[in-house]
Design a protein around this ligand. Structure first.
Ligand code: PEP
Length: 255
């Protein structure tokens, strides 16, 4: 495996935070702080912030993502947003299967797969989240579960579409809790994801895949996590809401 072979991607996940006006202000603050990044920089924002975020990020190295996408192209799905709608709005990335959606909104491995297929078909880059609960970890199921979730999410994804897939390993017990996985745990979890991709698509595909770690990554712990062989970037919740903290993580990924 060769880490230098892969693209590092630092992506913020704003969750249900920031109004359009606040989004524009935060991106203005971030632009000069991340303009020399040696990694890809993405901000995944609430749907209603997309127009302001795309406009504000124009001409900068910040790419805009959404936090979910529906799997149908159009139709009677009140409240939902299609992949093509996102593309036409200037969105390039989309988070799929975040643990908060799995926990609170009935997301399943099947719907994660359908959303991934729809996103890829539309030309979006899918940031697919996988991760075990504390109970699953304590029962010794982490490897089995991460491999299962990864393979399920990628069912019917064509090998040539993998270049537009990022997998984010996010242990559920580390998201928004302030409890970060150790660098070794992150490396191991990301390694299981990569191994699943190797089993399904071969070693070369696995070697090229960007696998992020997410779960209470912050300015203080990012460098240690990102130094690990299998950690190619981060999906950042809380720390992506503060420009200096997010910029410090981008810096850590740029070294
Ligand atoms: C996330 O929302 O994906 C996340 C990792 O959140 P936090 O960084 O706040 O733990």
């Amino acid at each position: 495996m060769n880490k230098a072979y892969r693209k590092a991607v630092i992506a913020g996940n704003w969750k249900m935070n920031k109004t359009p006006r606040e989004a524009a202000a935060l991106i203005e603050e971030m632009k000069p702080l991340v303009c020399n990044a040696g990694c890809d920089v993405v901000l995944c924002v609430p749907y209603v912030d997309i127009a302001a975020a795309v406009e504000t990020a124009k001409g900068s190295n910040i790419k805009i993502g959404a936090e979910n996408v529906h799997f149908k192209a159009s139709g009677a799905y009140t409240g939902e947003v299609s992949a093509q709608m996102l593309v036409e709005s200037g969105v390039e990335y989309v988070v799929i299967g975040h643990s908060e959606r799995r926990t609170y909104f009935g997301e399943t491995d099947q719907t994660v797969n359908l959303r991934t297929l729809a996103a890829l078909e539309a030309g979006l880059t899918a940031i697919v989240c996988v991760g075990e609960t504390l109970e699953q970890r304590e029962l010794g199921y982490t490897e089995t579960l991460l491999k299962y979730q990864t393979k399920m999410a990628l069912t019917n994804v064509k090998p040539e579409q993998l270049k537009n897939v990022i997998i984010a390993y996010e242990p559920v017990w580390a998201i928004g809790t302030g409890v970060t996985a150790t660098a070794d745990q992150a490396d191991e979890g990301n390694g299981y994801v990569r191994a699943a991709v190797a089993e399904a698509y071969g070693e070369a595909a696995a070697k090229a895949l960007t696998v992020q770690y997410g779960g209470s990554m912050n300015a203080g712990n990012a460098a240690e996590l990102l130094a690990k062989e299998n950690v190619d970037g981060g999906l950042i919740g809380g720390a992506s809401l503060k420009a200096p903290d997010f910029a410090a993580i981008v810096d850590a990924a740029s070294k």
